[in-house]
Design a protein around this ligand. Structure first.
Ligand code: GSH
Length: 236
């Protein structure tokens, strides 16, 4: 249920920057609605992807006190946010969002083989994301150093894939949702450990290339992105 404590925002991710819209415009122009807490969290990759694909979306920002009352939680299939609405379709699970948007906007490979490989790499990114989130939320003070020390063992796997890619993307000749997912995880890791990509030229090049795509650049430069914390507990 949406209450006045939730903030509605609409993002127009283009090179002109972000602009607030009036309510009637929202219905016309924003097929997607993200309902989530005020964090990048599990919507970081989705927002970057929607921006790059030139898609507009509306945000319903849920205040944590409101969430704790439980009414919204009860309506969520797995009792958690984020939620993505695309018209009448209501989805939960952040990787499902990436697949859905990828399928609709040509970012899911050109055939079944590419789609299977994209799924595989996205699942690999998800494994790293889960390890990262465990460290951030459960053992930041005691486990951060060991996590950073072990990080090359994970990054080297993606480095090996991108080293062999002639397009610079994970799969085939064009961008897919797995690229957005990897990109966003790498950005977060550069905040955790600014030098973590120094010995990985392919990953470094990938981050540069993704960051300089005009619509991604505009989004990353926006307050809408910069003002949101990466994680809900303030650790990064
Ligand atoms: N697998 C889910 C995880 C969702 C999740 O962990 N949601 C957290 C916030 S990021 C949540 O709703 N926490 C509040 C709660 O569980 O009550 C996804 O990828 O969307």
């Amino acid at each position: 249920m949406i209450t006045p404590s939730h903030t509605h925002r609409n993002f127009i991710p283009n090179t002109r920057g972000l602009k607030a819209l009036q309510e009637p415009d929202l219905q016309k122009m924003a097929p997607y609605t993200i309902t989530y807490f005020a964090v990048r969290g599990r919507c970081g990759a989705l927002r970057i992807m929607l921006s790059d694909l030139g898609q507009e979306w509306k945000e319903i920002v849920v205040n944590f006190d409101e969430w704790m009352k439980g009414d919204l939680k009860k309506t969520c299939v797995f009792g958690q946010l984020p939620k993505l609405q695309d018209g009448d379709l209501v989805l939960f699970q952040s990787n499902t969002f990436l697949r859905h948007v990828g399928r609709k906007h040509g970012a899911y490979g050109k055939n079944d083989t590419e789609a299977a490989l994209i799924d595989m790499f996205n699942d690999g990114v998800e494994d790293l994301r889960i390890k990262y989130l465990k460290m951030i939320y459960q053992e930041y003070d005691t486990g951060k150093d060991a996590y950073i020390k072990d990080l090359p063992n994970h990054l080297s796997k993606f480095e090996a894939v991108l080293e062999k890619s002639s397009s610079g993307f994970l799969v085939g000749g064009s961008i897919s949702f797995a690229d957005y997912s990897l990109f966003e995880v790498l950005l977060n890791h550069q905040v955790l450990s600014p030098t973590c990509l120094d010995s990985f030229p392919a990953l470094n090049g990938f981050v540069q290339k993704m960051s300089s795509r005009p619509k991604i650049k505009a989004f990353l430069d926006s307050d809408a992105y910069k003002k949101l914390p990466i994680n809900g507990n303030g650790k990064q």
